[in-house]
Design a protein around this ligand. Structure first.
Ligand SMILES: *[C@@H]1O[C@H](CO)[C@@H](O)[C@H](O)[C@H]1NC(C)=O
Length: 300
């Protein structure tokens, strides 16, 4: 009898342990701060039963001021830091234990020109980026990084070495605890990110694939096919689905985005949802964010 109790106890403990290891909460992520719409973390609904990541947009390795120039990896803050500063980050994380905050590097434009990934040499770019990003991440009490370069002055292999080495170092130094990449369906973009994935895929926790960069009027069937294609491209990665609340394309919430999510959920493929962006959602009150989080609670 005693022996059975011990076996029972061992099974219960194993069960609890296994649940902890194998049940990874679905994640909700939202870009914030790029458009200076005075949006604050506290404006965005936060469901306590989902992991929520805010992604500050953007830190860029360009000079600030009227004619931005590349700085070879010395990052500056380009997001709305008046509304999204260090004290606001601390405050939202204190109020909600399920919230983490990351920064995204790169972005599409700086001062209405393209942000071009530019490095004088791999070693110098990596050294400057590690130093400057560590400073910003500590100053702002951040937890993670997202890679969102969309235009390139360097070959895929150079981009891969620069980004891969920086993210590896920041993780090893425990400056960040998670990292993601944000590619989209474009030949040059995919060449750069897939080179990065091939050499450094293991240091990335999420693939924020920009499904809203597909054509306007994307159907549910097309969306599900695109998802499978990107899961194959970023083999072994946690590919997250996404929609935008600005005028860009893809499958919109009103056209069946959540139906597609339900389908993925039933196939246990719904790892999480991210939104571009809080700045654009502010005017209409974040109803799709609420709906996304409610759906993700069921996806756990
Ligand atoms: C990035 O490169 C493009 C194409 O070469 C150029 O038109 C643009 O001005 C560059 N961006 C910046 C900020 O200089």
């Amino acid at each position: 009898m005693m022996r059975h109790w011990k076996l029972f106890l061992a099974l219960v403990l194993f069960q609890a342990y296994a649940t902890q290891i194998f049940t990874q909460a679905a994640v909700f992520r939202e870009y914030i701060g790029a458009n200076f719409e005075n949006v604050r973390f506290s404006d965005v609904p936060i469901n306590p039963n989902v992991e929520v990541h805010f992604i500050l947009s953007f830190a860029i390795d360009y000079t600030t001021g009227s004619s931005p120039n590349p700085t070879n990896g010395k990052f500056n803050v380009f997001w709305d830091a008046d509304n999204l500063g260090p004290s606001q980050v601390l405050s939202i994380k204190r109020q909600h234990k399920n919230v983490k905050v990351a920064l995204s590097i790169g972005g599409d434009t700086v001062g209405s020109k393209h942000v071009n990934f530019t490095a004088f040499s791999v070693d110098s770019w990596v050294s400057n980026a590690v130093t400057s990003l560590t400073r910003v991440i500590k100053q702002y009490n951040l937890d993670g990084i997202d890679i969102d370069y969309e235009h390139f002055n360097v070959a895929p292999d150079i981009f891969s070495q620069c980004i891969g080495r920086v993210v590896t170092t920041l993780k090893k130094n425990r400056v960040i605890s998670f990292a993601s990449i944000a590619p989209f369906d474009d030949g040059d973009v995919q060449r750069h990110y897939m080179a990065l994935w091939k050499s450094y895929g293991r240091v990335f926790d999420y693939v924020n694939f920009q499904f809203y960069a597909y054509d306007k009027g994307t159907t549910i069937a097309q969306f599900l096919r695109y998802f499978d294609t990107q899961v194959a491209n970023y083999n072994g990665g946690k590919v997250l689905v996404s929609f935008s609340t600005d005028s860009s394309g893809g499958l919109k919430p009103d056209n069946g985005f959540f139906t597609a999510c339900e389908k993925l959920r039933s196939q246990r493929k719904l790892n999480g949802i991210f939104v571009w962006s809080a700045d654009n959602s502010k005017a209409s009150g974040f109803s799709y964010e609420r709906q996304s989080q409610a759906l993700l609670v069921k996806a756990k």
